[in-house]
Design a protein around this ligand. Structure first.
Ligand SMILES: Cc1ncc(COP(=O)(O)O)c(C=O)c1O
Length: 392
């Protein structure tokens, strides 16, 4: 290529899964039966009424044109009702909800809206890689706040305050990313944690961006939204998504919820980047949001059933893990006998044709960990266990 890349393209690496899944597809094309337990891509179906709504809507002549930049009123009202029913949070459907093309997109839009070149952004290490990658792309200064096993993967708020003190007055820290139930460690959300986070955001005048896609997956207690905490409205926004909770990852339906001023500011940026979503997707998403509690319960029963096989897989590897994790994954520590997560993951992929995620893709503190997804039928996970046992 004779045209030089922009600095941001040179400093950004292709997403790990984008590279590794191409490798998985190459092995599959060569005839290998790869069991993919790496990625959180639900294999279960959306509810039947969701699919009916999609096809009914697609047959409407009015469904195929541009749609409102801030989504249809029906979708926003559906999200508002879902927030009320699920979390006891009242949102104004007209002003406090912004549908997104998946919540991942919201990370970029929030960053573009609130971060100037050189501003600080607090990012969890360990955490979802997009927080860091996008912060760097927009020229922000990444301040990693460590999450450690012996702290139950909870932030150390005093250490966080010290990190803020390093920021020059001209480039303060403006955003803190938070995500509980936490990916990849499965640490649950608690009201005490959210209250502490909101106090921190008020004390330091940073925007608390909470990413909440896993609240309904294997949750042991009623799900919580950060927006249910007193005072959150002034300093916090929440991203949420149908990808995991409604088995709709490929549909790319997420949203941001928060005070009107935050929603308006993000919409100003976003309306210059994309032009809304396909109407049938929004109509069907509104329908999905009416799935009864039993539907969620049944989905969780399937994941719960798969856990036994995942635990057997980890036991065979000699890993240790917490049994109270929430979300779509199990996070496990490698035994000392394993040299590194990278060699283990590659050995499993190329010898046993089983793909799992190495912990280091979520930050260096994940070096001695692996993450197993529950998005595989239990028979396939048991098949992976058998392959391991045969190889031992
Ligand atoms: C913590 C976290 N946030 C956001 C996302 C992205 O979700 P979406 O499909 O809504 O973009 C993921 C997906 O894996 C995730 O794990």
């Amino acid at each position: 290529m004779i045209i030089p890349l922009a600095h941001r393209a040179n400093q950004t690496q292709e997403y790990y899964f984008s590279v590794k899944l191409a490798e998985v597809r190459r092995l599959q094309a060569a005839g290998h039966d790869v069991i993919n337990m790496g990625i959180g891509n639900p294999d279960l179906m959306p509810s039947p009424n969701t699919l009916d709504a999609l096809t009914t809507s697609a047959r409407q002549p009015s469904a195929h044109g541009y749609q409102p930049y801030k989504g249809t009123p029906a979708l926003r009202q559906g999200i508002a009702r879902f927030y009320n029913h699920t979390y006891g949070v009242t949102l104004d459907a007209e002003t406090e909800i912004l549908p997104l093309i998946g919540s991942k997109e919201g990370i970029t839009h929030l960053s573009l809206t609130f971060l100037n070149d050189g501003d600080g952004v607090l990012v969890p290490e360990l955490g979802y890689p997009a927080y860091r990658a996008v912060s760097q792309m927009v020229g922000a200064r990444v301040l990693e706040y460590p999450l450690l096993e012996h702290d139950g993967w909870q932030p150390d708020w005093n250490a966080m305050t010290d990190l803020l003190a390093e920021s020059p007055a001209s480039n303060p820290t403006r955003i803190i990313w938070l995500n509980y139930p936490h990916m990849p460690t499965g640490a649950p959300a608690t009201r005490a944690l959210f209250e502490r986070a909101v106090r921190f955001a008020h004390d330091h005048r940073v925007l608390l961006c909470h990413d909440n896609p896993y609240s309904l997956i294997l949750n042991k207690k009623p799900p919580i939204s950060l927006l249910s905490v007193d005072g959150a409205n002034e300093v916090a926004v929440e991203l949420n998504s149908l990808s995991k909770s409604h088995n709709m990852a490929g549909w790319r339906i997420g949203w941001m919820a928060g005070a009107k001023a935050y929603v308006d500011a993000v919409l100003t940026i976003k309306s210059n980047v994309d032009s809304g979503q396909f109407r049938p997707l929004m109509d069907a998403a509104a329908e999905a949001l009416t799935n009864p509690d039993d539907w969620h319960h049944d989905r969780n029963a399937i994941y719960q059933d798969r856990l036994e096989a995942v635990h057997a897989f980890l036991d065979t590897l000699g890993c240790t893990y917490a049994t109270d994790q929430e979300g779509l994954f199990i996070w496990a520590k490698l035994p000392n006998s394993v040299e590194s997560a990278e060699t283990l993951v590659d050995d499993l992929l190329y010898k046993q044709h089983v793909f799992i995620a190495p912990g280091f893709i979520f930050g260096p503190k994940g070096n001695r960990y692996i993450r197993i997804s529950l998005c595989m039928p239990k028979e396939r996970i048991w098949e992976a266990v058998n392959r391991l046992k045969l190889a031992n």
